[in-house]
Design a protein around this ligand. Sequence first.
Ligand SMILES: [Zn+2]
Length: 191
Amino acid sequence: MEGYSGQRTCKRAIPTVCNLRWRRVKADACCPYCGYREEDSQHTLLTCSFVRLVWALSDLPWHIILFWSSDAEQWFRHCHDKLDKESYCYFLTLCWLIWSNRNTSIMDKLSTSPDILVAKARSFCSTYQEAFEEGPRLDREAQDNRWIPPKEGVIKVNFDGGVFPPMEATEAGCIARDSNGVCVAWRQQRF
Ligand SMILES: [Zn+2]
């Protein structure tokens, strides 16, 4: 999560407009979503209208996320204590994507919609979880690597697919082989 962490947020290290002014850095920018000039951590991560849409679409319990008692550190502590481990990981991923999207909006004038941000966070977390649960890939490949040919006169079709979140791409492919392992047809498609 390049450039972002809950710890940096707690230490006023993420450069919101208010934090930059607090560090005596001249900052004329405002919130890229709504134009609010006093952009602080609470606005950036919670109260901005754009960000509230992200949280609403996330399906995380709103009564927990909404609780901002004093500062970012307390907010992260509160969410850490109230959410289960999986939800907290999802929560942190959303914070990271909200912050990254805010920076991209300012620097490159490119913004992703709330529903896409939520979909990216879900995809990121499920990919991470699957990789974590399934164990090292090399071990799986060593066990499953043997292709078994079909009986004579039968065509066997194997297919596979993958999702690549950084490229927002999904690919699928299939190959048909006869009993001698000779390829008789194949197809690859990117969605
Ligand atoms: Zn805003």
